[in-house]
Design a protein around this ligand. Structure first.
Ligand SMILES: NC(=O)c1ccc[n+]([C@@H]2O[C@H](COP(=O)([O-])OP(=O)(O)OC[C@H]3O[C@@H](n4cnc5c(N)ncnc54)[C@H](O)[C@@H]3O)[C@@H](O)[C@H]2O)c1
Ligand SMILES: O=P(O)(O)OC[C@@H](O)[C@@H](O)[C@H](O)[C@H](O)CO
Length: 539
């Protein structure tokens, strides 16, 4: 079974092996979409293939849509070259259910893939055509939290952004510069409305995207590099909307066990690819069954009927509460705790970690004891039921090949939303005191311990990529296992713990820094001290 238009022509061969194939005529969908594009997605990573592309696929199967998605990739062009185009943009979604059953679906909704590269005339002018189409209703994004940043780890405007600020929309090189330039094309052509929908795990993702685009527009307007009306167009929510969203579906990197199963069944395109920019991709994607997508319903040019595929459309306030519930309390903080301590304790699987008494106790304390009491109920999803499903069903799913190493990627970018929000809620609360927090400081101390690049056995440990590693590891590297001079350790970590860009608060001002330092001193005592500290803290 080959993943290509030709390979799919023999449908019965796939169906006999239990692979669901598109029920729609893909050539017709391709033609219709190219003529009148409706949905462009930027960020061709794993979650896109497993979730948004699958939603569109379902609606195509049911005859509720007749257009597919075009995907653009502006950061890692290898994904397009190696994981999309050789397979006619088809992908195989392997759904690994908690009861052990597996669904295999050939997803055909992505009908074109493009490199968002302004130096490539052919690719970029095709993107301009799509962006200027009146039919285009939404551009969605899964580009990671750091994708929205215009500054580097030191807070300096990145060189490619600086270049774009100076040169205007003609040949942009930065991600957000390219996006804003494409939006400018739409403004110049027709000023038709559009929705730009961030689907990343970032706090108030829509506002973040809006702020970043607006910064570009402001600079270009001020320098006279764009027409005056562009600023009004982007600032008018009836023209350009930035709906907020909450997205949830655990989508690990393509896994070697899944790869083997597929290979044995005769599926030929199982190669996994690690690009030079560290994206883990493949023609197939493996994900869990559970999925939640909540989107603010502001689409000034209309939108696909995604509610018919299970998406919840609501107001901004409810999205905010749902996102806060998931990203700051019921899932992602637990994930990051498992990532940090899992790496330190030598785990390579999330479901195996869920058999580790200390680690399950740790996430239960963080979730039920520290997070849940201050989280606001979004009503559309019940926080307690949600966290129960995460801890009892989703994380322990033995068929899900998720790893602490994947989740540890970019931890510095995630701590502020995953823990900082809860700390802020305690600081603002009348009936809660921040000194009640014990396990969140333990995770923050664990992160500093992780940055030492030495695991709990005392052996060298490779860290997952993170934009702050280069800056922070030399600082933390001056602390050695066995150091016991608390004052000296406190002096070393002080500049880090006071950074509200990392923790959302200055941990000294919040009154939590001493607790973090105390835990760190315990964690570095000797090999085995990470386990001992967890045992003591949780006893
Ligand atoms: N995988 C999941 O379980 C999951 C679930 C919910 C939400 N998300 C969100 O989706 C994001 C992507 O997850 P994924 O599974 O697709 O990851 P992935 O590693 O498969 O893909 C990452 C994507 O982001 C792009 N990217 C990376 N750095 C970028 C940068 N600096 N600028 C612009 N683009 C950049 C990559 O090119 C790629 O398209 C996550 O960071 C998270 O915010 C993921
Ligand atoms: O995708 P990230 O890097 O923001 O975070 C890693 C995981 O916590 C995340 O991908 C979860 O699997 C996801 O948020 C579940 O919906």
């Amino acid at each position: 079974m080959k993943l290509s238009n030709e390979g799919l022509s023999n449908k019965s061969q796939w169906e006999e092996k239990g692979y669901a194939v598109p029920a729609y005529e893909r050539a017709a969908v391709t033609e219709a979409t190219k003529a009148e594009p409706v949905w462009l997605h930027l960020g061709a990573g794993n979650i896109f293939r497993a979730f948004p592309a699958m939603l569109n696929h379902r609606l195509l199967n049911e005859g509720k849509m007749d257009k597919g998605i075009i995907v653009g990739e502006g950061f890692d062009y290898e994904i397009i070259e190696k994981a999309y185009r050789p397979f006619n943009e088809l992908s195989l979604l392997v759904t690994l259910k908690a009861d052990g059953s597996v669904d295999k679906t050939v997803v055909g909704s992505v009908i074109e893939s493009l490199k968002m590269d302004s130096s490539n005339e052919e690719e970029f002018s095709r993107l301009k055509d799509i962006f200027t189409a009146s039919s285009l209703q939404m551009v969605s994004f899964t580009i990671t939290e750091k994708g929205y940043s215009l500054v580097n780890a030191r807070g300096e405007v990145m060189p490619d952004v600086q270049e774009d600020f100076k040169n205007g929309p003609k040949q942009p090189v930065s991600y957000m510069g390219k996006l804003t330039a494409l939006l400018y094309e739409r403004y110049k052509k027709s000023a038709d409305p559009i929705a730009l929908v961030s689907m990343d795990n970032a706090s108030h993702n829509g506002a973040l995207l809006q702020q970043t685009v607006t910064e570009f527009v402001d600079v270009w307007s001020k320098e006279g590099l764009v027409d005056d009306g562009f600023r009004d167009y982007v600032g008018d929510s009836t023209k350009v909307a930035f709906p907020w969203s909450m997205i949830d579906k655990i989508t690990p990197r393509p896994d070697s066990d899944v790869q083997e199963i597929l290979k044995k069944e005769g599926f030929e395109d199982t190669e996994t690819i690690i690009t030079s920019r560290h994206t883990y991709t493949a023609p197939f994607v493996n994900a869990e069954e559970a999925e939640y997508l909540v989107i603010e319903d502001t689409f000034p040019n209309g939108r696909p009927p995604l509610e018919e595929a299970g998406v919840i459309f609501t107001d901004r306030e409810t999205v905010d509460k749902a996102e806060t519930m998931k990203v700051t309390t019921c899932l992602n903080p637990l994930h990051t705790a498992l990532a940090i301590y899992g790496c330190l304790l030598g785990h390579t699987s999330i479901h195996e970690e869920m058999k580790d008494d200390e680690l399950t106790a740790l996430i239960e304390k963080i979730g039920y004891q520290e997070g849940l009491p201050v989280v606001v109920d979004p009503k559309i999803l019940d926080p307690e039921a949600f966290i129960d499903e995460v801890i009892n069903v989703r994380f322990p799913n033995p068929f899900m090949p998720d790893t602490p190493q994947r989740i540890a990627t970019d931890t510095s970018q995630k701590l502020s939303i995953r823990y900082g929000k809860t700390i802020q809620s305690y600081l603002a609360s009348e009936d809660k005191d921040v000194s009640e927090l014990t396990f969140i400081p333990l995770v923050l101390a664990g992160w500093l311990r992780y940055l030492m690049q030495v695991d709990d056995k005392g052996e060298q440990m490779e860290l997952s990529p993170d934009p702050l590693l280069e800056e922070l590891t030399p600082v933390i590297g001056t602390i050695k296992l066995g150091d016991d001079n608390r004052d000296q350790i406190a002096d070393i970590v002080r500049p880090i713990l006071s950074r509200s860009d990392i923790f959302a608060v200055d941990l000294y001002e919040a009154g939590l820094a001493d607790k973090v330092v105390n835990y760190l001193v315990e964690l570095i005592e000797k090999p085995g001290a990470v386990r001992d500290t967890l045992k003591r803290a949780l006893s």
